[in-house]
Design a protein around this ligand. Structure first.
Ligand code: ZN
Length: 134
């Protein structure tokens, strides 16, 4: 099974890093472009900065997309793991073992020797002759 949760978290981190770096560098290029306009650069020099800004913007948008995909994969992975959890527990737990209800080999009464009767309601043996629980 592909660990979607892990893939989602990695994509989320990578996307966040790419978005942060892209926006940060794009802002830096914008600052450089504004500073460039104040000087008297060769023709077309400042336009190169603009193309770089577009590239950094693309990186930032790709990063944002990766973050979105990462969040979706993380959620799907978490939900999938939630659904798979019962399978990890294996078959349903066996029911509580029923109390012994011997019918053939009833022990004799220690006092009178009469076969005892199992009273499941009180979880004890009962002697009919002595009229007492054993
Ligand atoms: Zn008895």
């Amino acid at each position: 099974m592909v660990p979607l949760l892990l893939v989602g978290l990695v994509l989320l981190l990578l996307g966040f890093a790419a978005a942060a770096a892209g926006f940060w560098m794009s802002a830096g290029v914008t600052t450089a472009y504004n500073a460039c306009l104040l000087t008297s650069p060769p023709a077309g020099f400042c336009e190169i900065l603009l193309s770089q800004e577009a590239a950094y913007d693309a990186i930032a948008y790709i990063g944002v997309a990766l973050v979105v995909i990462g969040v979706v994969l993380t959620l799907v992975g978490a939900l999938t793991r939630e659904e798979a959890r019962p399978d990890l527990l294996g078959p349903a737990a066996a029911p509580w073992p029923s109390p012994p209800i011997p019918t053939q080999s009833a022990p004799p009464c220690p006092v009178c020797g009469e076969p005892l009767t199992w009273i499941a309601q009180y979880n004890r043996w009962h002697c009919g002759r002595c009229a007492q629980y054993r």
